[in-house]
Write a protein that binds this ligand. Structure first.
Ligand code: ZN
Length: 144
């Protein structure tokens, strides 16, 4: 399906896949959550360091398709330094982009634009949302 994506978008996704941002582990995470997308075999562990309602740092590790891994890399770039409230708004916005109710151009979320092309391929939407639904789980775990 990657062949069907616009070549610029494909390049951005492959860049995140090959040079993942915030990949690795934190020494003292506030929370660590696993996420799985059995449909595709994507698996991730997401760690957050949260202080006073702000996401100070993010690290993740995982395996799976380029879409899922690139999406988490984009997520990490976007949420570091943001408040929980801002991050929750982002989760809703990204879900909106994937279901077509939010135009990605109205958001200031950098490379998320490259992932928006995935919405033409419903079976891959779960791949693109895995990081975001895992982030949601992390907040639930923290009761925030
Ligand atoms: Zn996948």
């Amino acid at each position: 399906m990657m062949d069907n994506l616009d070549s610029l978008y494909r390049e951005v996704i492959l860049d995140h896949f090959q040079n993942p941002r915030h990949h690795g582990a934190l020494t003292e995470p506030t929370v660590a959550v696993d996420g799985k997308n059995p449909l595709c075999g994507d698996e991730i562990t997401l760690q957050l360091s949260v202080e006073n309602g702000v996401i100070k740092d993010v690290a993740w590790d995982g395996k799976g398709c380029a879409i899922s891994q690139a999406s988490i890399s984009v997520l990490a770039e976007n949420v570091v330094g943001k408040t929980i409230i801002e991050a929750k708004e982002m989760i809703n916005n990204v879900k909106g982009v994937m279901n077509g109710s939010v135009e990605v151009e109205t958001l200031d979320m950098g490379d998320l634009e490259a992932l928006a092309g995935v919405r033409q391929f419903p079976v891959r939407i779960k791949c693109a949302l895995l990081g975001w639904t895992t982030l949601e789980e992390a907040f639930k775990e923290l009761n925030i």
